[in-house]
Design a protein around this ligand. Structure first.
Ligand code: TYM
Length: 334
């Protein structure tokens, strides 16, 4: 007998170019998980409307995210790779879940508070209920595993609360979803300037994008923040240097990292050399992804076919879940 595979769901907003944080926090795990699980990965175009209401560039950004996911190794034949707005059931489930989400908890969400501060003239209801829409995305496929970076941890906690409330009120329809990183802590890929994390639309000079050309990668890495180095053995590492080592760990060989750690401890480290090495390792890592993504992005008929195929798989799963939801809620009158 074949055991039923666990269901995996995750999404990325098309608000800009994908970067190393998206790759190591999310897409790398998508690629590993596609072999073992039943996977649904989508481009969260509806979520992007909460902060980017202008839809002029949306088509281009959606195509880019799909192309970059495939360039990173995602296989559209193995997973459902789709666009959020193509699955209308999302909106229906979002509506039901909104009745189970309370103002107080939504207002306390860190991402809501951050975004409300960033766009005080557009504190819209979609921004407030962002975690509810995200919950709808996940449980629409009755997923239990959600590969995401550290910044999404609170949203997942809220998703579990909404699910518990739904199951308690209407009956056990959904598994409780959990953030997933192969048993390890969720990842936060830091920005190059030592302040915060890499991001699609903020802090662009301190973020390495999968579309950056070799010269841009070198320029950004060489500009990253360092100091004059430790003066005595045992000097604790400043955050911004620790971040450089963290980035190195993502793309460089272990002996390279050991070498620079050793020179740090011996107080002989030359940050210029370390950054040059990191830049070359980043170029070697990002270059092939960028080139593959460019080729895929130019093939619009292939992208269209991928999106159609993905939407069909996602809709089939969504339809089935919504039958169970309406039944559990008693909304099936005839
Ligand atoms: P988004 O588009 O901001 O980011 C996509 C994925 O990349 C991860 N990530 C990072 N990981 C590590 N370090 C970083 N610097 C970094 N920056 C971004 C994010 O954690 C995320 O996994 N709300 C989601 C999109 C979404 C979603 C969903 C996710 C909509 N519906 C359902 C999971 C399930 C978001 O804005 O991700």
């Amino acid at each position: 007998m074949q055991l039923k595979k666990d269901i995996v769901m995750s999404g990325i907003r098309p608000t800009g170019f994908l970067h190393l944080g998206n790759y190591f926090g999310a897409v790398r795990n998508y690629v590993r998980m596609q072999e073992e699980y039943q996977c649904f990965f989508m481009v969260a175009d509806l979520h992007s409307l909460t902060t980017h209401p202008d839809t002029q560039d949306l088509r281009q950004h959606v195509s880019r995210v799909i192309a970059e996911n495939i360039a990173c190794g995602l296989d559209p034949d193995k997973v459902a790779l789709y666009c959020q707005s193509h699955v209308r059931e999302t909106a229906e489930l979002y509506l039901y879940l909104n009745m189970l989400a309370y103002m107080g908890e939504l207002e306390k969400t860190t991402t809501f508070k951050d975004k409300a501060r960033l766009q005080p003239d557009n504190v819209n209801a979609g921004l407030l209920t962002y975690p509810v829409l995200m919950t709808a995305d996940i449980i629409l496929h009755r997923a239990s595993l959600v590969p995401v970076g550290k910044d999404q941890e609170q949203h997942l906690e809220m998703a579990r609360n909404f699910v518990k409330r739904f199951n308690h009120r209407y009956g056990e329809v959904f598994p409780e979803p959990a953030a997933f990183n192969f048993g390890e802590d969720l990842l936060k890929v830091p920005s190059l300037d030592g302040s915060g994390k890499m991001s699609k639309s903020e802090n662009q000079l301190a973020t390495l994008y999968l579309a950056d050309d070799d010269e841009m990668i070198r320029k950004k890495v060489m500009k990253s923040k360092t100091d004059s180095g430790p003066l005595s053995p045992g000097t604790p590492m400043p955050d911004f240097i620790e971040n450089l080592f963290l980035l190195m760990k993502l793309v460089s060989a272990p002996e390279v990292i050991d070498h620079f750690k050793g020179t740090y401890q011996a107080c002989t480290i030359r940050y210029g050399d370390m950054k040059k090495q990191l830049a070359e390792d980043m170029v070697a890592f990002i270059g092939p992804i960028r080139e593959r993504a460019e080729r895929i992005r130019n093939d619009s008929s292939y992208l269209r076919q991928v999106m159609e195929q993905g939407a069909e798989k996602a809709r089939a799963s969504a339809r089935e879940t919504m039958l169970a939801v309406r039944e559990a809620m008693g909304l099936n009158y005839y």
